[in-house]
Write a protein that binds this ligand. Structure first.
Ligand code: ADP
Length: 201
C-alpha cells in the first residue's frame, strides 16, 4: 500500500454541515429528494431554491442509493457537490427481533450501502473532501452507536482502496454524537489538519 493510502484521512467535527469548507457534503434525504426536516432542511435552506427545482427533475431515490447534484448557493463557500442519500428507517426489517449482531439486519446493510454509494459518487466526481452527517440517526431512528460503527467501517475500508476522497469528515451535530464516533476512530485515523471535535469556523 502506498503512503498516500495509509495516511490518516478521517476527521471528526461538531457543528452544522452547511458551514463546512469541503468539496462535497452528504444530505440525509428522504426518497422524494424534495426536502424535509433535520439536516435535509438545513441543506435545502443553505443551497437555495434552485436545489429543489433541480431535484424535482430527478424522480426520487430509493433507500440505500445516492444522487449527486450541484451545490447551488453553497458553491460560494467552495462546496461543489451535494450527495443526497436515503438512509433506512430503523425498525423496518420484518425478521428482526432486536438481538441481531451488527451487519445482520436489513437496515445495517442499507445504511452501509448509503455510505458506499456516497463515497463512490464522491470519488467518481473527484471530490477531495467529503463530509457526512449521521445518516438515519435523526427522525429515522437508527441507533447512533450502531450507525457510527457502520459509518466508520465503510469509510475506513473505502479509503484503504481509493485515493479519493483524500479526507472524509464525520460532521456530528452534538458533542455527545462526536463522543460516540471517537470510540470507533483510532488515533491513526485522524489527520493532523483539524482539531478533533472543533466547531467549524
Ligand atoms: P434522518 O431522517 O436520516 O434520520 P435527520 O436529518 O433527522 O435525518 O438526522 C440525521 C442526523 O443529522 C442526526 O444525527 C441529526 O442530529 C443531524 N443533523 C441535523 N441537522 C444537522 C446539520 N445542520 N448539520 C449536521 N448534522 C445535522
Amino acid at each position: 500500500m502506498s503512503d498516500a493510502l495509509s495516511y490518516p484521512r478521517m476527521e471528526l467535527t461538531v457543528g452544522d454541515i452547511t458551514q463546512l469548507k469541503v468539496e462535497a457534503i452528504v444530505n440525509a434525504a428522504n426518497s422524494s429528494l424534495l426536502g424535509g426536516g433535520g439536516v435535509d432542511g438545513a441543506i435545502h435552506r443553505a443551497a437555495g431554491p434552485r436545489l429543489l427545482a433541480h431535484n424535482r427533475t430527478l424522480g426520487g431515490c430509493p433507500t440505500g442509493e445516492a444522487r449527486i447534484t450541484p451545490a447551488f448557493d453553497l458553491e460560494a463557500r467552495g462546496v461543489k457537490h451535494i450527495i443526497h442519500t436515503v438512509g433506512p428507517v430503523w425498525g423496518t426489517d420484518p425478521r428482526a427481533d432486536g438481538r441481531e449482531r451488527l451487519g445482520y439486519r436489513l437496515e445495517d446493510n442499507q445504511l452501509g450501502q448509503c455510505y458506499q454509494a456516497c463515497l463512490e459518487l464522491a470519488a467518481a466526481h473527484g471530490a477531495r473532501t467529503l463530509a457526512f452527517p449521521g445518516i438515519s440517526t435523526g427522525v429515522y431512528g437508527f441507533p447512533k452507536e450502531r450507525a457510527a460503527q457502520i459509518a466508520v467501517g465503510h469509510v475506513r475500508a473505502f479509503l484503504g482502496r481509493s485515493p479519493v476522497p483524500e479526507t472524509v469528515v464525520f460532521c456530528c451535530f452534538s458533542e455527545e454524537d462526536a463522543e460516540i464516533y471517537r470510540r470507533f476512530l483510532t488515533p491513526k485515523d485522524y489527520s493532523q489538519s483539524i482539531q478533533i471535535g472543533r466547531k467549524p469556523s
